[in-house]
Each structure stands twice: as C-alpha cells, then as structure tokens.
Design a protein around this ligand. Structure first.
Ligand SMILES: Nc1ncnc2c1ncn2[C@@H]1O[C@H](COP(=O)(O)OP(=O)(O)O)[C@@H](O)[C@H]1O
Ligand SMILES: [Mg+2]
Length: 228
C-alpha cells in the first residue's frame, strides 16, 4: 500500500506552483522531499491532506482515491499531516490535545514519554520542541498509515531534532510511510531511503541518498547549507 501522487498540478494565486509532480511514499520507510524555500513542498503536503485543491492529477493511498476529498476524510483514510509551523491548540492541555487527535494516545505517549509529565500543561506554554513533539504525537494518536511532516527541524535546536528523529524512524519501522519535508538536507539524507528534490514546482532529481549526495551539492541546494 503506497501513497502515490501522480501528475499533480496545483495553482495558487493564479500561478502554477506544482507542475505534474509524481511522488511515491511507500510504507515502512522514510521518503524525503527536499527543495529551496518556495519550491512547493508545503503546497504538496496541503494538497495531499485535502486542504488545497489540485488543478489536475491524483493522490491515492493504495486503492483509496484521495483526490478532492475533504481533510477529515483524508485523515480517516490514514493520511496524517503535520503542517509547517505548530498547530497544537494552545489553550487546551497536552492531554486534551492528544484526546481530540485520535484513539491511540497510548501509542503517542509511548513515542514521546516526556509528554506524560506535561499532560496537564496548556499546550501553548510548551517550548517549540515540545510543541513539535506534541504535533507528532497527535498525528500518531490517529494511527496513520502515512505521515507527512513539513519542516520537522524548523526553528528547533539540534538536540531537540535529535530527539524527534528516532521517533520518525520508529514509526517507519512499524510500517508507516513517512514523507519528511526539509529545506535543509543532511537530516533527510540520513533518514530517508529515497529522496525527491522539488525545484520551482517540478521534481528535478530523485534517487537514493547515495545517488543524490553529490548532485545535490552542485545543483539546487548547494546554496542552502554548507553541511552536506
Ligand atoms: N497562500 C498562498 N497564495 C498564493 N501563493 C502562495 C501561497 N502560499 C504559497 N504560495 C506560493 O506557492 C509557492 C510554493 O510555496 P510553498 O509550497 O510554501 O513552498 P515551500 O514549502 O517549498 O517553501 C511559492 O511561490 C509561494 O510564494
Ligand atoms: Mg514550506
């Protein structure tokens, strides 16, 4: 059961920001989607999640057609998205944020035991890293078959990111198909089995991290970070 994006074209503000994008997210592994700021990564996540409408193309999860479905239906069919920025409900407690997210709160707390101690705190009082943890835990509580994480590391300290990464790896090991969106490459190259690079709305490179390491350096992302 693979999450398959086929020929996806999306317009925003009168402009084509995704053009005929093909992408597969197989179960049980991490797939990375890389690209510079403005490449269309978040647009892809929002479209798959049912929050934006495609002009053409399709999104399927196995045999389930997701194209054009509303976000709640997409989620019910097993596709969870952690959008860019934190979307936890700040005035609700951590426990209530988990409760509204889905039935598998046990699995969510198992992934992030430190949330247990924070259960009574308003989510808005958590640090950025703790909120990202809660956002991931909420996704896990819905028992997704696929998890799309937009900018996992954005604004977080390396130590916090290092705490989140094993949780994603564990989900993949459990059979979840993870799509990891990153602007910075090293983390994604370390975790992913396959990598896709978006450049101005088109997939311009794809392959294994080994295949792409050198090309990435010279091509589209070379100006983004020096730690490849
Ligand atoms: N709400 C919006 N309305 C119109 N255009 C948008 C909107 N959000 C993003 N865009 C445009 O869509 C393109 C892709 O943006 P986005 O998907 O956010 O890229 P990325 O996540 O890779 O940085 C950019 O050119 C951006 O300016
Ligand atoms: Mg983005």
């Amino acid at each position: 059961m693979t999450l398959t994006v086929g020929g996806l074209t999306v317009r925003r503000g009168g402009r084509e920001v995704l053009r005929e994008v093909d992408l597969e997210v197989p179960p049980g592994q991490v797939t990375a989607l890389l690209g510079a700021n403005g490449a269309g990564k978040s647009t892809l996540v929002l479209t798959v999640a049912g929050l934006l409408r495609a002009e053409s193309g399709s999104v399927r999860a196995g045999d389930d057609e997701l194209t054009g479905l509303r976000p709640e239906r997409v989620r019910r069919l097993g596709v969870a998205a952690v959008p860019e920025g934190h979307r936890v409900l700040g005035s609700l407690t951590v426990a209530d944020n988990l409760r509204v997210a889905g039935p598998a709160t046990g699995a969510a707390l198992e992934a992030f035991p430190e949330l247990t101690e924070l259960a009574g705190r308003p989510a808005g009082s958590l640090s950025g890293g703790q909120q990202q943890m809660l956002a991931l835990a909420q996704a896990i509580a819905g028992r997704p078959r696929y998890l799309l994480v937009d900018e996992l590391s954005f604004g977080l300290a390396p130590a916090v990111v290092a705490r989140l990464v094993p949780a994603l790896a564990a989900l993949a090991a459990d059979g979840v198909g993870v799509l990891l969106i990153e602007q910075y490459t090293q983390l994604a190259l370390d975790l992913a089995e396959r990598v896709h690079v978006l450049d101005r709305g088109r997939v311009t490179l794809r392959g294994t991290p080994e295949e792409l390491r050198d090309k990435l350096h010279s091509a589209y992302l070379g100006d983004l970070d020096g730690d490849l």
